[in-house]
Design a protein around this ligand. Structure first.
Ligand code: TXA
Ligand code: MG
Length: 322
């Protein structure tokens, strides 16, 4: 059956509706000055999992967390002097800062793909700002397109790409900047430009002096491969059909045939991949205990979100624990 896409001109009423949807874990596409974002409440694991499902991302790339005000970031990240300078100069605007994640941060671990850092941004688009103010929660928002496709700068692009995978599109016409925000990593000694974008290297250097640019084959470009990416300290055994006494079991689906394990958690007892994605990083952290020899992970179907889950688990299993 054909379901019409829910698209509304971004007036006050539509923004109230968008806020309601976001708070209940639904997806809302909204205009920013760079491109349209596919927004979800960053504090809800399931809402964040829905973003990855809608985009069909084969990997869990970390997402940018959007807020309305600089004060809204205090509980999310740890500030440093460079971050304050860049924030003061360029926010609200098309720059994203990667900073150490505050341990108190309420943001889903899935949104930052389990990393210890968080990418944050304060957009300048009036509709984005109004939405973020009213929802008063951090919003995770990648560009509102299917993975691997061009970023959308008009509401029609969002419809073409995501069709009815999004619960509401706020129509704010064309995006002014048209390219994504510049992503700057401030967890390194020298600020490192991970992705060129709306604010130029020269503009950034006029504030912070020298910057480094991550080359395309540089590890840091794909956070999934970088050392800063979270991997458990204990070893990970994939496709496990049994579990030892000194291992933890990370189950998926019916685990009644697997007996034992020092500790057991189930990503999704009824085999739901969205639920499994939502639980993945928090459960890995919970099972990563020095008193355990390793984590045995039951097989996970390699389709839909399962592809991203298996990709992440596979990378974590390669980590050299010696
Ligand atoms: O302009 C934009 O930034 C748009 C609008 C919607 O705000 N958003 C956007 O998000 O382009 P996305 O998910 O398509 O791109 C996020 C980029 C990716 O390159 C990702 O690897 C990087 O930010 N990123 C996010 N968190 C990171 C982190 N903790 N460390 C390093 N890179 C990170
Ligand atoms: Mg994108």
């Amino acid at each position: 059956m054909f379901t019409p896409v829910n698209i509304l001109p971004a007036n006050a009423e539509a923004i109230t509706e968008a806020v309601k949807l976001l708070k209940t874990g639904r997806l809302v596409a909204f205009p920013t000055e760079t491109v349209y974002g596919l927004g979800a409440d960053a504090t809800q694991d399931h809402a964040v999992a829905a973003i990855y499902a809608a985009k069909g991302r084969p990997q869990f790339n970390p997402l940018i967390i959007h807020v309305a005000e600089i004060s809204g970031l205090n509980k999310l990240i740890l500030w440093n002097d460079t971050a304050r300078l860049l924030a003061e100069k360029f926010w609200p605007g098309p720059i994203t800062l990667v900073l150490p994640r505050n341990k108190e941060a309420s943001v889903s671990l899935l949104a930052s793909a389990g990393m210890d850092s968080l990418a944050v941004r304060i957009p300048s688009h009036p509709i984005a700002r109004l939405l973020l103010q009213e929802v008063d929660r951090p919003i995770a928002a990648p560009s509102a397109n299917t993975s691997g496709k061009l970023s959308p700068t008009r509401p029609e692009h969002v419809i073409e790409s995501l069709k009815n995978k999004v619960d509401l599109i706020l129509d704010g016409g064309s995006c002014m900047v048209g390219v994504e925000s510049t992503v700057v990593d401030l967890t390194t000694d020298i600020p490192t430009i991970l992705r060129p974008g709306g604010i130029t290297k020269e503009q950034i250097e006029s504030i912070v002096g020298h910057t480094a640019v991550a080359s395309h084959d540089h590890k840091i470009v794909s956070p999934g491969m970088s050392a800063s990416h979270y991997a458990p300290n204990i070893s990970l055994r994939l496709n496990a059909e049994s579990v030892d006494l000194d291992e933890a079991l990370l189950a998926f689906g019916d685990a009644s045939k697997i007996i034992g394990g020092a500790l057991r958690l189930n990503l999704s007892a009824n085999g739901n991949l969205k639920e499994a994605a939502a639980n993945l990083f928090s459960m890995l952290r919970e099972l990563d205990r020095p008193d355990l020899r390793g984590i045995a992970v039951m097989p996970i179907p390699n389709n839909g979100l399962g592809i991203a889950i298996n990709d992440r688990l596979y990378r974590a299993s390669l980590n050299d624990k010696s």
